[in-house]
Design a protein around this ligand. Structure first.
Ligand SMILES: Nc1nc2c(ncn2[C@@H]2O[C@H](COP(=O)(O)OP(=O)(O)OP(=O)(O)O)[C@@H](O)[C@H]2O)c(=O)[nH]1
Ligand SMILES: [Mg+2]
Length: 567
C-alpha cells in the first residue's frame, strides 16, 4: 500500500528508509520536492503534500531534528497513515536515542540501523487495525430512539414546557445516583408540591400550548442555567489546583526560564499575539495564521535552552521563517539573462501584469531606464489598448528616456522606442508584432505593458492568459502595490489560476516574479512583501520606491523582516 517511508535528519542525512514492494521509482524526487516546496518555505502548518501521483504525509520531530515522510498513491485513502506515522516516530526516536547514546553519532551512521522488524510490525498492526475494525450494523427503525418518540414529545412550546423537556433530557442522558438525603421540594406560594401542580401550561381550544404565567414577572418554572461551558470550568479548576501549592509559582518560572519541551499550549498565546502583530503590519490574515501554524509545527517538542523564554524562542523562529520566505529560491538575474538572449540573437521579453493603477507603466519606465543605464536597448510594446491615455503615457516616458540618453551618444540609434498600434486592437497580436520587430531591429529587451484588470474580470483575465500563452515571454512580472492587505492573496491566486487555466501546455507559464510598488508610502507596514512571496513562492525582483526613474530597488530581506518584527 505504501510507496515509501523515509526518515531523515533536518540536516539532510537519510537515517532509514523503506520502499514498498513493486515500487521501482526512487523517492528522492518527491522528498526533494517536499523539502524544497514545504519545509524550506515555511509551509509546514499543513502536514500533507502532493507531488504528481503521490500523496506525502510528514511529521517533524523537533527534539531530535528528524523528519518522517510517508508516500502513497494519491488515489488511495489510507486512514491509518496519521496514526502510523506517529507510532513510527515514537518507536524510532526511542531506538535512535538509545543507539546514539550507546554508539555515538559516527558509529551510528556507519553501521546499518536495524529498524525493519519494528517497522514491519507497526505497519502490519496499522493495516490490520484499519481492516479488522468490524462494521457496526445499522439499527432498524424499531430499535432506534426515534420510534419511541410520540408526536407530543416532538412539539416544542415556548416557556415552561421547553424548560421541563430539557430537564427531562438531562436526566435521561446522565442518570445520577440518588443522594441519601433527599432535598425537600420547594413549596410554592400557590400551594402544590408535585410536578403536576407546577405545570401551568394548558391546551387551547385549537390544540396549541400556552403558558399561564407568561405575563407574570417571575418565570413560571425555575430553569437552571449553566453559565460556564465545561471546558472553561475545567481550565478554571486546573488553575485553582495550580494555585494550591507551589505549582503556580514553579509553573510560571518554568514558562519563563528554559530547559523545557515546547508544547502547542505554551506557544499558543504568543503565536496569537504574533499573528495579530503580523496582521497589523499588513500581512494577509490567512498567511499570518499559516505562518504561525508552521512555526508551531517547527517548534513543537523542541527542547528550549536554559534562560530562553518561550516568547523569545517563538519570535526567533518566526524571524528566521520570514527571512527564509523572502530569500529568493530561484535566481533572477535579468542582466545576465538579457546578455544570454543577446548572444542567441533574440530579444529578452518581459510582460507586466496586475490590477488597475498599481504602477505597471511607471515601473516599466523605471526598468527601461535601469536597462538603458546598463547598456541595453529597449522596445516598449504598448499593449494596453484599453485605458484612455495609456499609449500617450508610454510615449511621454519614451521621449524623456531618450532625452536622458540622446541617440547621438549611442551611434544615432534611439535607446528606447515605442511600438504602438493605437487602441481597441488585440493586445496579444500587438505583443507578437513587437517581438518580431525587436528581433529584426536588434533590440535587446521588449517590455510589454498590459492593461490593468481586476482578478475577477474573466474576459480580461482570459485575454491576458492568451497574450502570455501565445508570446511565451521570458519573464512574467506581477506588479502589486505594497499598500495591499488581504487582497494580495486573492489577486495573486486568481492571476495564477487564470494563467494556468488558459494555458495550452502541460507546464503553464505562471507569475515568475513580483514588482512591489509604492514601497515609499507604507512606513513599516511591509507585510505585503511576505504575503506575495508566500503565495507565489516567487521572488520580489524589484521594489518601486517613488515616482522618478531612479526610484527602483532590489529587496533587502533583512530590512523588511526587521521592520516587520519592530513593535
Ligand atoms: N509613490 C509611488 N507612486 C508610484 C510608484 N509607482 C507608481 N506610482 C504612481 O502610481 C500611479 C499609477 O501608476 P501607473 O504606472 O499609471 O499605474 P498602472 O498600473 O500602469 O495603471 P493602469 O495602466 O491604469 O492599470 C501614478 O501616479 C504613479 O506615479 C511608486 O513606487 N511609488
Ligand atoms: Mg498602465
Amino acid at each position: 500500500m505504501l510507496d515509501f517511508f523515509a526518515i531523515f535528519s533536518k540536516g539532510g542525512i537519510v537515517l532509514w528508509c523503506f520502499q514498498g514492494a513493486g515500487v521501482s521509482e526512487s523517492f528522492a524526487g518527491p522528498v526533494n520536492a517536499l523539502i524544497r516546496s514545504v519545509i524550506l518555505q515555511e509551509r509546514t502548518g499543513n502536514s500533507s503534500f502532493t507531488h504528481n501521483a503521490l500523496s506525502l504525509k510528514y511529521k517533524l520531530d523537533n527534539e531530535f531534528e528528524l523528519v518522517f515522510v510517508v508516500g502513497f498513491q494519491k488515489i488511495l485513502t489510507l486512514t491509518y497513515v496519521d496514526k502510523f506515522i506517529d507510532d513510527v516516530q515514537l518507536h524510532f526516536r526511542d531506538r535512535y536515542k538509545n543507539e546514539l547514546g550507546q554508539k555515538g553519532a559516527l558509529k551510528f551512521l556507519v553501521n546499518h540501523f536495524e529498524f525493519e522488524d519494528d517497522f514491519s510490525r507497526l505497519l502490519r498492526e496499522a493495516e490490520g487495525g484499519s481492516i479488522a475494525r468490524p462494521q457496526k450494523p445499522m439499527r432498524t427503525y424499531n430499535e432506534s430512539q426515534k420510534s419511541q418518540k410520540t408526536v407530543k414529545s416532538m412539539i416544542e412550546t415556548k416557556g415552561g414546557d421547553k424548560g421541563k423537556e430539557q430537564t427531562g433530557k438531562k436526566n435521561k442522558q446522565s442518570p445520577k445516583p440518588q443522594k441519601p438525603k433527599k432535598k425537600e421540594n420547594r413549596v410554592w406560594e400557590m400551594g402544590g408540591t408535585s410536578s403536576k401542580d407546577l405545570d401551568y401550561s394548558e391546551t387551547n381550544s385549537n390544540g396549541s400550548y400556552s403558558s399561564q404565567g407568561q405575563d407574570n414577572e417571575a418565570p413560571a418554572e425555575p430553569v437552571r442555567i449553566n453559565f460556564y461551558p465545561e471546558n472553561i470550568i475545567k481550565s478554571f479548576n486546573k488553575k485553582k489546583n495550580c494555585r494550591k501549592g507551589f505549582g503556580g509559582m514553579f509553573g510560571m518560572l518554568k514558562g519563563l526560564v528554559g530547559s523545557k519541551t515546547l508544547t502547542q499550549q505554551d506557544m499558543e498565546p504568543i503565536l496569537e499575539k504574533m499573528k495579530d502583530h503580523l496582521i497589523a503590519k499588513n500581512v494577509a490574515a490567512d498567511i499570518a495564521s499559516q505562518l504561525c501554524d508552521s512555526v508551531a509545527k517547527k517548534l513543537e517538542g523542541k527542547v528550549m535552552g536554559t534562560f530562553t523564554t518561550v516568547a523569545s524562542t517563538v519570535k526567533q523562529a518566526l524571524q528566521e521563517s520570514l527571512v527564509q520566505i523572502l530569500q529568493p529560491k530561484r535566481r533572477v538575474d535579468i542582466l545576465r539573462d538579457v546578455l544570454e538572449a543577446r548572444a542567441q540573437r533574440k530579444p529578452f521579453v518581459i510582460t507586466f501584469c496586475g490590477v488597475n493603477g498599481v504602477g505597471k507603466s511607471t515601473n516599466l519606465a523605471k526598468i527601461s531606464y535601469w536597462l538603458i543605464e546598463n547598456g541595453f536597448t529597449v522596445l516598449i510594446a504598448a499593449c494596453d489598448t484599453f485605458r484612455a491615455g495609456a499609449v500617450e503615457q508610454l510615449r511621454t516616458h519614451q521621449r524623456r528616456l531618450n532625452s536622458l540618453h540622446p541617440p547621438e551618444q549611442h551611434g544615432g540609434h534611439p535607446v528606447v522606442q515605442l511600438f504602438e498600434k493605437g487602441y481597441g486592437k488585440d493586445a496579444a497580436g500587438i505583443a507578437m508584432e513587437a517581438i518580431a520587430y525587436a528581433r529584426n531591429q536588434c533590440f535587446d529587451v521588449v517590455l510589454v505593458d498590459t492593461a490593468g484588470r481586476m482578478q475577477d474580470n474573466a474576459p480580461l483575465m482570459t485575454a491576458l492568459a492568451k497574450l502570455i500563452a501565445v508570446n511565451t515571454p521570458d519573464l512574467v512580472l506581477f506588479v502589486g502595490e505594497a499598500l495591499v492587505g488581504n487582497e494580495a492573496v486573492d489577486q495573486l491566486v486568481k492571476f495564477n489560476q487564470a494563467l494556468a487555466d488558459h494555458s495550452m501546455s502541460d507546464h503553464p507559464r505562471l507569475i515568475d516574479g513580483i514588482v512591489l510598488t509604492k514601497f515609499d508610502t507604507i512606513d513599516d507596514k511591509v507585510g505585503a512583501a511576505i504575503s506575495m512571496t508566500y503565495i507565489t513562492g516567487q521572488p520580489i525582483v524589484f521594489v518601486g520606491t517613488g515616482q522618478t526613474y531612479s526610484d527602483l530597488r532590489s529587496l533587502n530581506a533583512r530590512a523588511v523582516v526587521n521592520a516587520l518584527m519592530k513593535a
